[in-house]
Design a protein. Structure first.
Length: 320
């Protein structure tokens, strides 16, 4: 069955943020960039523009969301998180676009099309996630096997297990030393597009909540999908006028780390609520939606969860 067409008033992409750094004291080298090519003398000294962020935007003709919806992905991933699901269904980017939201989907600093910086700029080594690690960490399965037929999913899990290898193709390296640069780039994005609704996943909770606390007038709501970290408890009152929805999926009790990470989110939600804020914490199983992994935007019921989020935003007066 064919899907209805999407009519856009505009689409495109841009880079924001970044800074210029000077590197000096490096010897010249000779590099053959392509097999059979002509060697080139390379001087690695000079100015480099680093830590910019790539953003792609889609603006529907029939706009209904009152503010742009900024989609911020989690650790070791990129903006592909919100695009077509690993098994080929519509992702949240398209689903929210159909609902009338202006979408700005980014690859955070040092991810995807945002590129990397020389090791002189970023100390430390990048971290990579294995297929087995992500399978367990994202609460997709209980036991990993290199044989796809022998992989053991969590009972009732809604992640499209047959497309897990496609999900693994999305994994990218991440650094643990680039948080300040990422916050600066996200702030530059908000400066460019104006007051916005933030949709943050996992690691991005550690960017979205502090940014909203620093400039609450620029953040009209936060939808936090299983935030791995939250904001500054001492500044919880700064979010009293920013509606917050926290969503948690299934199988958290079977995870080594997720009970503690969920507790971080709950404690922060309690602090904001105590300060007079509007916070709703929704455990999907308690709402009758069972089987969701950490990657619920890719799960088989991702459209139902998108409906839930859109309805919550509408009840906060953010949909025309």
């Amino acid at each position: 069955m064919s899907k209805p067409s999407i009519t856009l008033r505009d689409m495109g992409s841009f880079h924001v943020g970044g800074r210029i750094v000077e590197i000096s004291g490096k010897p010249e080298t000779t590099v053959t960039f392509s097999a059979g090519g002509v060697p080139a003398r390379v001087d690695r000294n000079g100015a480099y523009l680093v830590e910019a962020m790539y953003v792609q935007y889609f603006l529907p003709e029939a706009r209904k969301g009152k503010y742009p919806l900024l989609m911020w992905h989690g650790g070791g991933l990129s903006g592909v998180t919100y695009e077509t699901t690993p098994d080929g269904r519509e992702g949240w980017l398209t689903l929210f676009l159909r609902k009338g939201w202006d979408i700005y989907n980014s690859d955070a600093v040092e991810r995807g099309r945002s590129g990397f910086a020389p090791p002189d700029v970023w100390p430390g080594e990048p971290h990579f996630v294995s297929m087995a690690d992500a399978f367990i960490r994202h609460r997709i399965g209980a036991a990993w096997s290199d044989d796809p037929a022998a992989r053991e999913p969590l009972p009732g899990n809604l992640f499209p297990l047959e497309a897990y290898d496609n999900f693994a193709r999305q994994f990218v390296p991440r650094w643990t030393t680039t948080d300040a640069a990422t916050v600066a780039a996200y702030n530059a994005l908000i400066d460019k597009v104006g007051p916005s609704v933030l949709l943050v996943h996992s690691q991005a909770g550690g960017f979205g909540f502090p940014i909203a606390q620093a400039r609450p007038q620029m953040v009209k709501a936060i939808v936090a999908i299983e935030p791995a970290v939250a904001g500054d408890m001492a500044q919880a009152a700064r979010l009293k006028d920013v509606p917050i929805l926290m969503l948690y999926g299934d199988f958290i009790g079977r995870s080594v780390r997720w009970p503690a990470m969920r507790q971080i989110g709950l404690a922060f939600a309690d602090a904001v609520t105590a300060a007079g804020g509007d916070v709703e914490v929704l455990d999907l199983p308690a709402a009758g939606m069972h089987g969701n992994s950490h990657m619920m935007m890719m799960d088989r019921n991702n459209a139902d969860i998108a409906d839930l989020i859109h309805d919550w935003l509408a009840r906060r007066g953010l949909v025309a």
